[in-house]
Design a protein around this ligand. Sequence first.
Ligand SMILES: Nc1ncnc2c1ncn2[C@@H]1O[C@H](COP(=O)(O)OP(=O)(O)OP(=O)(O)O)[C@@H](O)[C@H]1O
Length: 300
Amino acid sequence: MNDTAIETVGLGKRYSRKRSSWALRDCSFRLPTGRICALVGPNGAGKSTLLALAAGLLRPTEGTVSVLGRTPGEARELIGYVAQDKPLIPQLSIADTLRMGQELNPGRWDMAAAERIVAEGKLDPSERVRSLSGGQRTRVALALALGKRPELMLLDEPMADLDPLARHQLMGTLMAEAAENGTTVVMSSHVLTELEGSCDYLLLVDGGRVRLGGETEDIVAAHTLLTGPVADLAPHTVIEQRTAGRGLTALVRRDGPIEGPWETAEPSLEELLLAHLRSPDAPDLLTPSAEHRTDTAVRA
Ligand SMILES: Nc1ncnc2c1ncn2[C@@H]1O[C@H](COP(=O)(O)OP(=O)(O)OP(=O)(O)O)[C@@H](O)[C@H]1O
């Protein structure tokens, strides 16, 4: 069985020929199967581009991407993808939309699961998609993607237009379905609280490259927040530091035990991500499981 959900090697995407316009560049990482992965990064970082490349909707300009050991095109029936704008056919009713899912996915489709997700939102299956609110449309798009019983679920800001209660409920449904079926999930979001409790894997994309990748716990645990007197922080890697008078606050990536007159604490995920985003020159960190294994990822 393949234990790699996504692997990219030197992956790059340029939408136009202008030299400065790489949406994604020199992107190499591996996502093991069975993980719930948060894909985070600022606006324009390349998250949607990465998801669309993995879904096989875009072709790389350079480098390779493989999904479950195959090309994205070959893996298409194993992938569920919900794009940011949740494209659905407005004239169809919800029930027709699910029937379309069934027809497009013979042998894989789980109507009961799809109908359950619709029912949890108290939606009338006879209602047409065009009359649904943004959040209700999201629910139908997720039902369509989950009904396919995908091995890899790619979700581009899935919860952005949901109210907090619906978000909590749909997140619970998604996690339960993923756990039951061993689905790997990659979910982009700007709302950290939405991801923090559910995601065990992290990809931080910034400026078109992957800057942090791996088990969230391990990435957080590799860093320490220090406060105390100004002093040399070597041999640790300083991600960010601020001095005020003789006082110092710093986020460091440890190289050995911290020995010095500082108070130390583990950063929150938010502190860690913000420090990296404010410090574009901080070195990248991929945990061993996130390192790509092959020189070209496209063939198993
Ligand atoms: N179809 C396109 N044509 C030209 N440029 C594009 C296209 N789609 C994205 N880009 C550019 O590629 C870069 C990455 O965009 P992308 O949508 O992947 O970022 P993102 O991280 O998903 O952003 P956001 O968080 O705002 O959704 C941006 O500079 C964007 O302007």
